[in-house]
Design a protein. Structure first.
Length: 86
């Protein structure tokens, strides 16, 4: 495996923030002079951003919003009716 291939394999780790120490420093130096790896890194970052945007959490029950509003208004009424000692 060539040095360039090793850097190419480390790009994903770097994009995830998982590359540390001397490996990270070496890759950053390589990126300064390698347009190909720099482009690949930007593509990886774009792909990761799209994946993050495409994930959806579980769908809450239909009444969840209404129950939350009712519960918070009940808590607010209860706490505002208490008199704080002077």
């Amino acid at each position: 495996m060539s040095v360039h291939e090793q850097f190419a394999e480390d790009l994903a780790l770097y994009a995830l923030g998982a590359l540390q120490g001397e490996e990270r420093v070496s890759l950053e130096k390589h990126l300064d002079g390698c347009a190909s790896c720099h482009r690949e890194l930007e593509q990886l970052r774009g792909d990761m951003a799209l994946m993050a945007l495409s994930t959806a959490g579980p769908v809450p029950p239909r009444r969840a919003r209404q129950r939350l509003i009712e519960a918070s208004s009940t808590i607010h009424r209860t706490s505002s009716s208490k008199v704080m000692p002077a």
